[in-house]
Design a protein around this ligand. Structure first.
Ligand code: APR
Length: 227
């Protein structure tokens, strides 16, 4: 049985990582839309760097919750038949033990050099302009996909959606495409679809089954059933 799981900010909410669209969705006093764009970075790179440095510090204090743990356990049972596609840039899936995670919006822990394109683990706060380990230039940016930029791994995701038997969306509002359309692609190829979310989302009507509740409760229950 092939399973694709899409996760959003809601799976990390109980780990203390604020979501984007609950409670005003403000991050360090900024709207994500105002700082997570190439234009914002060109206009005021220091503000953008400080925004992501602050998120990196906040996420470092967070711990995986039972939902992340349950997906890591499901991977131990299903192996390569499970693919977790996350919109989240926190590393909580990996810290819970998941190894097959596709970060379609990038990762806070990775820096990308705007001079040579090399990716490297973030060496420290990017506001301090650390040097790129590959070319030495001091032009690193967060390797995070901003609004208007192309998400990572879309070909691999489309292939997985076209061949999966089960598609689950966990903790996502369905407010941002292309992720919000994954359920349609999976269903068109015959997958059974389920939404595990705290409340109804914009895409709830598109799922075969919907379970509302906190991820730390509904996700472990679902993973146990699947195994
Ligand atoms: N358990 C399960 N779901 C939860 C919980 C919880 N404890 N808390 C909140 N949720 C749900 C909310 O009901 C909401 O539907 O998680 C969803 C969070 O939605 P968003 O804040 O919009 O986060 P997400 O869907 O990941 O946003 C998608 O938008 O801002 C961009 O790039 C950013 O990746 C992000 C994308």
């Amino acid at each position: 049985m092939k399973v694709v799981v899409l996760t959003g900010a809601g799976i990390s909410a109980e780990s203390g990582v604020p979501t984007f669209r609950d409670a005003g969705g403000l991050w360090e006093g900024h709207r994500v839309e105002d700082v997570a764009t190439p234009e914002a970075f060109a206009r005021d790179s220091d503000t953008v760097q400080r925004f992501y440095d602050a998120r990196r510090h906040a996420v470092a204090l967070a711990e995986p919750n039972p939902a992340h743990d349950a997906l890591a356990g499901l991977e131990r049972a299903l192996g390569d038949d499970l693919l977790v596609v996350t919109q989240n840039i926190d590393g909580l899936h990996e810290r819970a033990g998941s190894q097959r995670v596709l970060h379609m919006h990038g990762e806070l822990s990775v820096a990308r050099c705007t001079a040579c394109g090399a990716r490297s683990p973030v060496p420290g706060d990017l506001i301090d302009r650390p040097a790129c380990p590959a070319c030495g230039e001091r032009m690193l940016r967060p390797d995070v996909v901003w609004f208007g930029e192309m998400p990572y791994g879309l070909d691999e995701i489309e292939q997985a959606l076209a061949s999966c038997d089960v598609f689950a969306a966990i903790g996502t509002s369905g407010a941002v495409y292309p992720a919000a359309g994954f359920v349609v692609t999976a269903a068109e190829h015959g997958a059974r679809t389920i939404e595990l979310n705290l409340a109804a989302s914009e895409i709830t009507p598109l799922f075969d089954e919907v379970r509302h509740g906190p991820a730390s409760i509904v996700v472990p229950d679902w993973c146990d059933e699947l195994r």
